[in-house]
Write a protein that binds this ligand. Structure first.
Ligand code: PLP
Length: 436
């Protein structure tokens, strides 16, 4: 079990005095030994006692190149000497839009924002404004940010509350979401064509948008067959629904062009954030010009004081340039594949039923007899107690994936083969201990 050393403990005690539970996000609180970070470089984090961790959380996905990367930081340093916030169009902003259009198949126009939450909020409003409909369909287990339209039946909702699989009940993930929102959301189990088809046959004409994480980045990286995403595309076409791929996690991570490239299915809109800025707060959404050109006076509002600011867009400009170069992805795929193969082999050797989901840059490990097909199966059928023991052993020994194992491992370009070897050695020890 990982325990804070003296300095980290003192620091976290200080944090708890001034911010609720010592964190800036509910999701970050792990209890009294919540991670505290004093420094970061490449693929490593350091706490206040100088403990080093190989970082597989990577800020929940954004750090694609590596922490404190010089190429990215130099672009930011060069940029900030010329001002950072203009409320006017600036060079990095346009360059970032051009690079996204170059990388992501079918993206014709882009608008910038600061967070994934903002982007899914804007994309949903655009879909509502464009279709004149109010209802949104989302899938159980997917997370699309912290706003009221999407905080339903995400990770943390209880299986006791979600109702019949064929007609899931929407479960609010927060107090404070108005009751009036209940009528604006439809939930569906993921990766099930029959149930979705039935729900759309009843409600299809009311629905403005279907929003989907093409790989469930918030539920063990469960990955659908291409045919399922194609089914979503076809159903949206049939009912005049806007298809939104929420690529806040998959974008620029599972492939340079994200899920559009990886699966070869083109939605109407995509939302991007995390990996595009190597940790700087930047986000984007884009898609068909016909839709995007509704973002104007008298039609659909989108904006924000800091959207397209120089600091974030300079970081994104450098990160996307590295993605375009191709080498970054080779490194990520190599390390991710060593880890995936190694974990699979360790589990087989120790007779532990396990499935690896996702892509080399973002993958989850399900300790289960049968590969889970959706969030309900994931939560009900995996051995979470076993996972927790393995992950606790990793954390206590200098390896930091997300505790508990529901979130995937994220890989960055700074992880090395020796990091992967060390991780696998610790993973095997964890499996042996958990089995015992
Ligand atoms: C798929 C997805 N969409 C949206 C968000 C929200 O992004 P942010 O935390 O930047 O607001 C997240 C965050 O984890 C996410 O994983």
């Amino acid at each position: 079990m990982f325990k804070h050393g003296q300095k980290s403990k003192a620091f976290f005690t200080r944090a708890m005095e001034v911010t609720p539970f010592g964190v800036s996000s509910n999701y970050r609180y792990y209890g009294e030994d919540t991670p505290v970070i004093a420094d970061a470089k490449g693929g490593y984090l350091y706490d206040f006692d100088g403990n080093r961790f190989i970082d597989y959380r990577l800020g929940w996905g954004p750090v694609l190149v590596g922490h404190a990367d010089e190429f990215v930081n130099d672009r930011v340093k060069e940029a900030i000497d010329h001002g950072v916030s203009f409320a006017g169009t600036q060079r990095y902003e346009v360059s970032v839009c051009e690079r996204i259009i170059d990388l992501c198949p079918g993206v014709e126009m882009v608008r910038l924002a600061n967070t994934g939450t903002e982007c899914t909020m804007h994309a949903i409003r655009l879909a509502r404004g464009y279709t004149g409909r109010d209802v949104i369909l989302k899938f159980e287990g997917s997370y699309h940010g912290a706003h009221d339209s999407v905080m339903w039946s995400t990770q943390g909702a209880s299986l006791d509350d979600v109702g019949d699989r064929k007609r899931p009940l929407p479960v609010k993930n927060s107090l404070g979401i108005p009751k009036a929102m209940d009528d604006l959301i439809v939930l569906c189990p993921w990766n099930d064509e029959e149930v979705l088809g039935d729900i759309l046959a009843e409600r299809g004409e009311d629905i403005a948008a279907i929003i989907v994480e093409p790989i469930l980045g918030n539920a063990n990286a469960l990955t659908p067959p291409v045919s399922y995403l194609q089914f979503l595309r076809d159903q949206c076409d049939q009912y005049g629904i806007v298809l939104i791929f929420d690529e806040v996690k998959t974008g620029f991570r599972i492939a340079p062009g994200g899920a559009r490239e990886y699966f070869g299915v083109i939605p109407d809109l995509s939302t991007y954030a995390k990996a595009m800025g190597n940790g700087y707060p930047v986000a984007a959404f884009g898609g068909k010009k016909e839709l995007m050109m509704n973002l104007t006076y008298g039609k659909v509002f989108q904006g924000g004081t800091y959207t397209g600011n120089v600091v974030s867009t300079a970081a994104a400009d450098a990160t996307l340039e590295l993605i375009q170069s191709g080498d970054l992805f080779k490194q990520i795929e190599q390390i991710g594949t060593i880890l995936q193969d190694g974990i699979r082999e360790i589990c087989q050797r120790h007779d532990i039923p396990a499935y690896i989901n996702g892509a080399p840059g973002m993958f989850g490990v399900s300790f289960a007899e049968k590969r889970p097909q959706d969030w309900r199966e994931l939560m009900a059928n995996c051995d979470w107690e076993f996972a927790e023991k393995v992950y606790a052993h990793l954390l206590a020994n200098g390896i930091m994936p997300e505790a508990g194992g529901v979130e995937p491992f994220f890989i960055c370009g700074a992880h090395s083969t020796s990091d992967a070897e060390e991780t696998l050695q610790r993973f095997e020890e964890g499996v042996i201990q958990a089995k015992a």
